[in-house]
Design a protein around this ligand. Sequence first.
Ligand SMILES: *[C@@H]1O[C@H](CO)[C@@H](O)[C@H](O)[C@H]1NC(C)=O
Ligand SMILES: *[C@@H]1O[C@H](CO)[C@@H](O)[C@H](O)[C@H]1NC(C)=O
Length: 530
Amino acid sequence: MQFAVLFYLFLAGNLYSHLEPVDGYKILAVYSYPGKSHYMMTNALIRELVESGHQVTMITAISLQKEDLGSNYTEVLIEPVYDYWHDVKLNLGAQHLFELTRMTIYDTLKMLEIIGVKTTEHALRQPKVQALINAKQTDGIFDLLLAEQFYQEAFLALAHVYKVPVVTTSTLDHENHMSQMMGLISPWSFVPHGFMPFTDRMSFLKRVQNSYVSFYEDMNRLLNYFPKMDAVAREFFGPVLGEVPKVKHMEREISVMLLNSHAPLTTARPTVDAMVSVGGMHIYPPKALPADMQVFLDGATEGAIFFSLGSNVQSKDMPAEMLRLFLQVFGSLKQRVLWKLEDESIRQLPENVMVRKWLPQADILAHRNVKVFITHGGLFGTQEGVHYAVPMLGIPIFSDQHLNVNKAVLGGYAISLHFQSITEEVLRHSLLQLIHNATYKENVQRVSDIFRDRPQEPRKTAVYWIEYVIRHRGAPHMRSAGRDLNWFQFYLLDVMAFVAAIVLAGILALSLAIRLLMGSNKKHRKVKKN
Ligand SMILES: *[C@@H]1O[C@H](CO)[C@@H](O)[C@H](O)[C@H]1NC(C)=O
Ligand SMILES: *[C@@H]1O[C@H](CO)[C@@H](O)[C@H](O)[C@H]1NC(C)=O
């Protein structure tokens, strides 16, 4: 008995010493896509890693120097910032981003492909990045490759250069195409494609569309996108690796994927332990607002509206008549309006409207007087709206924004408007509903309570899994064996073909036997007659 207790204590002690990192780990992070919004999640994670005592060397398209991360953070900055919108506009024939509201899903996939290949190539061409690829001594320099799960797959080859496991972070939710790389199936019957405005309950026609789009994307990745990314990987990693693994295979080596999602914003679907929901990582306890904004919001006795279309789409690029329409409606309300408008010199501003080039979005949403959030429906913004329980007016522009807003509408805490068809009356009516009809607030409060209810705050969860992968050398025990099967094995087509063959052979044998039997019966009868 005593021995058992002693043994248990010995085990527990050992277990504890195992879980405590002896030293900080050395992490190579690669974030080559210069999309500002993505850095809300990335910055939060890098900060948390450095503050947890780890050393991070980061290839990044946007500098984190402002974050003041100290000496354990080393930056490899990609300069100059690649202007990918130029390529997108050129390829899709759009003049400004508001035109992207007309973009089809096929355009979106094309856009992501262009963005991915161009920004990845641009980053790989940098001499500083080349130096990391061609490092002579690579053993033990890094413990892990942290990469973005966003059309930058060529960089996964760095894991082969440094012989380290990989963790990726996605600013998106669990996308259907991520399932195969993790050895999973996404049933298209109830898992909507990330860029379709559907939910998990689809009519027959929606299931047809959902299946078609998901299948199209899979085929497009396999036949069109991967060859392009493979060529990039070969060009830059060929000289050092010789044989560069195919992107398709490198993707399947990812140990853990950290996803920007969390219930109830994500619906129940098949998943594996290696896909971890860390949505809301970018949300910190609210900080004090700049004095003028604090006064403005404190004095909003009838409530305030916060209006921001995010960092890609700029309100100032709106057609002039739309800008006038918004000002007209805002001017007619009793509420105060705080608007992220990049052109602060705008004339004839109503007294109840304040515009600023930049606004601390989350801290504003945390203010008790904010009653409505007018948003383009980006994932980060909608998460903040949910976190602080603010009903939303969604004006989605492109990619996953439609889905995010759609979810919010179905959750009963948002109204969605199509940008091109907004009128004064519709806008005013929608805002007044969101302010005065209590159901929106009640619904968002309920969703918020679920979103915030977790065993551990998301930044801590993310760091835990990164350390876990290093501690357990890539954590191969979490790897679904589905990743190593051929597509026909994975979907059991070989088994189905086998069963079909047996059934067919059975039927054949049976019909043959019947024919033989009948034949011999006839002979028998003939013999009898004779
Ligand atoms: C930097 O990393 C080293 C090694 O992990 C650690 O000992 C040190 O405390 C870290 N420094 C800071 C300022 O966090
Ligand atoms: C409040 O909103 C709900 C949901 O949109 C709607 O069903 C209800 O009729 C609204 N109530 C009023 C008084 O407008």
